[in-house]
Design a protein around this ligand. Structure first.
Ligand SMILES: Cc1cc2nc3c(=O)[nH]c(=O)nc-3n(C[C@H](O)[C@H](O)[C@H](O)COP(=O)(O)O)c2cc1C
Length: 282
């Protein structure tokens, strides 16, 4: 891939659940496969990504293990963990990076953390005893006309909407929403984090600006997303992926620093902090 237009891809991406019933072009598949190889090589924990190509045709192919929610997809990326304790935040970050690359390759994608038949996919993958399938990404060419089930899901999850910035970004403490108009380029970076996808569109990330840091927290939805894999920490990783890649593209140097003494906020879990290299213009 020649240029990495991360911000464009973030803006272009939305979940696709109705796919054209045709194969992905070979060179596109090769580029995506390369992205997966790169991720697998860089993973710091026991997990790996694997391509699944569903060779069955017709009705059977369309309904394989996704309760009919995903229609026409022949391809999936399976994310498999090989130990119980995994850092879902790191995985979420890397999965979203691959999703954005797929978007750049002209592919539609849909994250699947719940609505798939885990055991049918696990059988298909012939997983070992210690291995667990935690996430699937369905991908292929987007069909213009959405299925009824897809339109219904989008309405139910309010997928076209996101929480306003005032509910997600704060200045020093959670009583003070962050004024984005004073942030220069970081306003764009935060906007890219705001539009990130999340499981059931819960958007559990919160960001607190504190001097030269942006602290990231997870604000959990009670009773949600902990059964098989920590979906909400995964979601914070997705928002971090958008944040870092938008900052990188805008040439805003910074780095992640997991602090021992980050401000604690009741009911929110601290996750990580972005240290800006240069003071933000106020
Ligand atoms: C971690 C994660 C898990 C998800 N799991 C499912 C799922 O099981 N089934 C589904 O149809 N959509 C799933 N989604 C898609 C979300 O519903 C979707 O991202 C959200 O509603 C926002 O819509 P958008 O992706 O079109 O921006 C998941 C998304 C994420 C990030």
């Amino acid at each position: 891939m020649e240029t990495m237009n991360w911000i464009q891809w973030m803006q272009d991406r939305s979940s696709v659940r109705t796919f054209e019933n045709r194969d992905v072009q070979e060179d596109t598949m090769d580029q995506l496969n390369q992205a997966i190889i790169d991720v697998n090589e860089g993973l710091s924990q026991q997990a790996y990504f694997k391509l699944i190509q569903n060779k069955s045709k017709g009705e059977k192919a369309q309904k394989l293990g996704t309760y009919g929610i995903i229609q026409g997809a022949r391809n999936f990326i399976a994310v498999i963990t090989t130990q119980d304790e995994v850092d879902a935040c790191e995985l979420g970050f890397l999965i979203e990076k691959v999703v954005l690359i797929a978007t750049g390759l002209g592919l539609g994608t849909c994250w699947l953390g719940g609505t798939f038949d885990r055991s049918s996919f696990e059988d298909h993958l012939s997983l070992k005893d210690n291995e667990k399938l935690v996430i699937l990404i369905a991908f292929g060419y987007k069909k213009i006309k959405q299925s009824m089930i897809e339109s219904t899901m989008r309405i139910m999850a309010k997928s076209n909407q996101r929480k306003p910035a005032s509910e997600l970004f704060f200045d020093g403490n959670i009583d003070k929403p962050l004024d984005l108009s004073v942030l220069s380029d970081y306003a764009k970076v935060l906007e890219m984090a705001r539009i990130a996808p999340s499981a059931s569109n819960k958007q559990p990330w919160r960001i607190v600006k504190d001097k030269e840091y942006f602290h990231f927290y997870c604000c959990r939805t009670p009773g949600y997303g902990l059964m098989n894999y920590d979906l909400q920490r995964n979601d914070v990783g997705i928002a971090m992926c958008h944040f870092e890649h938008a900052a990188m593209e805008l040439k805003l140097n910074g780095k992640w620093e997991e602090l021992k003494s980050a401000p604690s906020i009741s009911n929110w879990e601290y996750v990580n902090s972005w240290l800006v290299k240069f003071p933000i213009i106020q």
